[in-house]
Design a protein around this ligand. Structure first.
Ligand code: ATP
Ligand code: MG
Length: 484
């Protein structure tokens, strides 16, 4: 194991532990952490830019003044000839350049004059001289002499022919600027600390404001179970986001409650549908057993009646199972491309036989070709069959017509009959589970056929329309998306 891996392994372990700590995975912590990081970065950046700009402005202002003075010194000394006298320098110092440090070097780099308020180091002077000679231009230096911070500018002195006759070094104290900047730095540091402290306080306050409603809503959600589904989340004076989240959750509870209620009713209905025939079977059997004079003929009659009732139970159970399979298991059905004209023509031949026994006309009409849908064959057949079976069941005379046609995107299967029809007020209810309209009277059925059909057709993104007139007839239209 190399040293890098050796070092990085404990760090990775530490970082993973930190990440997995429940505290660090909270919204509150993340909010606090990133807010502090961002505030530190932004305040550091702002203060740094401010400090650098101030420093630049102060120094450049100072140095441009220095350069101006140095140029003045250089031009005066340059024009005065090759020999530069001490008197001249002290004159500048006394009259025009109070506070400035002035050192004049001759063309050999020797000090010929210097103001008496400064004593520059000899090696520094020689460095400055070499720099001016090689660059033939002005240069800026900073020096610390004793407690004094100096900014110095060196400038070549030229005679009227442009020859280098010496070098002027002009300087001034930058201690004030230096101290000002130093104080500014300290003030900025404390300002940054105060700012970060305020940010932390605000972040704590706001993170509580964000997480408090969440904890409240969570504790309310926890208290809702299958037994108190009518309970709803109480929204207080939360922010809009939390209110709308709670409202949406309440709407979800509404839907769940309705579904639960529907399931409960469904179970009651199933129980009721089975209870009646079972009671009849039990009653008939007990009666026959109690009657000592029962003969074979009466036993046979009783058995026939019981068989009829148990078939009724079998039908209800089969329908309930079909419905459960369709509603809760759609994804496990194999779907395929189905040619509807083939499927319907097979069904039509079966229906024709039933229709003939009832002396009803059965017609099958196809308008166009290429009727492909994507569906499960068994389910789709069941859905169409239930509607066709109804038409035959509820029609005494006249006809039942099955038509197939399409438009650019959809396929229509129309099943029209001249049967007993449905009262307008009953039409919206006929797809409800176990619903049987007042028109059917003694005609047998469990009231589940249409709800099975509806579930199947809607499962394949289709829909069913009904038009009916009592005593005149009914038209069901199944609409399915075409598969291309
Ligand atoms: N073609 C039709 N003509 C008249 N009434 C109809 C027709 N189709 C359906 N209905 C009405 O709608 C009700 C519901 O039909 P659905 O097929 O769900 O149940 P059902 O036919 O009574 O029983 P089953 O479960 O055996 O099919 C029927 O009881 C009947 O009142
Ligand atoms: Mg039916």
């Amino acid at each position: 194991m190399d040293i890098k891996t050796k070092l990085s392994k404990p760090f990775v372990e530490w970082a993973t532990k930190l990440r997995d700590n429940p505290l660090f995975s909270t919204l509150k912590f993340k909010f606090l952490f990133w807010n502090i990081i961002l505030s530190v970065i932004s305040i550091a950046f702002i203060l740094l830019v401010f400090f650098e700009t101030t420093q630049y402005i102060l120094y450049s202002q100072f140095n441009s003044n220095l350069l101006y003075t140095a140029n003045e010194v250089s031009s005066i000394v340059g024009h005065s000839g090759s020999t530069i006298g001490t008197n001249q320098v002290s004159q500048f110092h006394n009259k025009n350049f109070i506070g400035y440090f002035i050192v004049i070097l001759n063309s050999n780099g020797h000090v010929v004059a210097e103001s008496n308020n400064i004593k520059l180091n000899a090696s520094f002077i020689s460095d400055v001289f070499t720099a001016v000679q090689s660059k033939d231009n002005s240069s800026v230096f900073t020096q610390k002499i004793g407690n004094q911070h100096l900014s110095l500018i060196s400038i070549p002195i030229l005679n009227k022919f442009g020859d280098l006759t010496g070098v002027a070094i002009v300087g001034n104290s930058i201690t004030i600027i230096h101290n000002t900047l130093h104080t500014l730095l300290i003030v900025m540091f404390f300002m940054a600390l105060i700012f970060i402290f305020i940010v932390v306080l605000f972040t704590f306050y706001f993170s509580d404001k964000i997480t408090d409603p969440l904890s409240d809503i969570t504790s309310q959600i926890v208290s809702i179970t299958g037994f108190n589904l009518n309970q709803r989340i109480r929204t207080k004076n939360y922010d809009r986001e939390f209110n709308s989240m709670s409202e949406e959750f309440n709407k979800l509870l509404d839907r769940l409650e309705k579904t639960f209620e529907r399931e409960k009713n469904f179970i009651n209905d199933v129980a009721h549908e089975i209870k009646t025939p079972l009671a009849i079977i039990n009653g008939e059997t007990e009666l026959s057993l109690r009657d000592k004079n029962t003969n074979i003929k009466s036993y046979k009659k009783m058995l026939e009646a019981n068989l009829y009732q148990s078939r009724k139970i079998e039908k209800v159970l089969n329908d309930v199972l079909s419905l459960a399979r369709v509603e809760y298991n759609t994804s496990s059905y194999i779907t395929e491309k189905i040619d509807l004209s083939n499927l319907l023509s097979n069904m039509a031949s079966d229906m024709k036989i039933i229709a003939e026994t009832k002396k009803i006309n059965f017609e099958y009409i196809v308008k166009g070709k290429g009727f492909y849908v994507f569906s499960n064959k068994e389910n789709l057949s069941k859905a169409i069959f239930n509607i066709l079976a109804n038409s035959l069941k509820y029609t005494k005379d006249g006809f039942v017509r099955l038509s197939l046609y399409k438009n650019s995107k959809k396929i229509f299967i129309e099943i029209e009959d001249t049967g007993i029809g449905i009262k307008t007020e009953d039409v919206p209810k006929i797809f409800n589970r176990f619903y049987r309209a007042s028109n059917v009277k003694k005609i047998e059925g469990s009231g589940l056929g249409l709800s099975i059909s509806k579930s199947i057709i809607e499962g394949y993104k289709g829909s069913i329309l009904v038009e009916s007139q009592a005593s005149l007839g009914t038209k069901f239209t199944i609409i399915l998306p075409e598969f291309k």
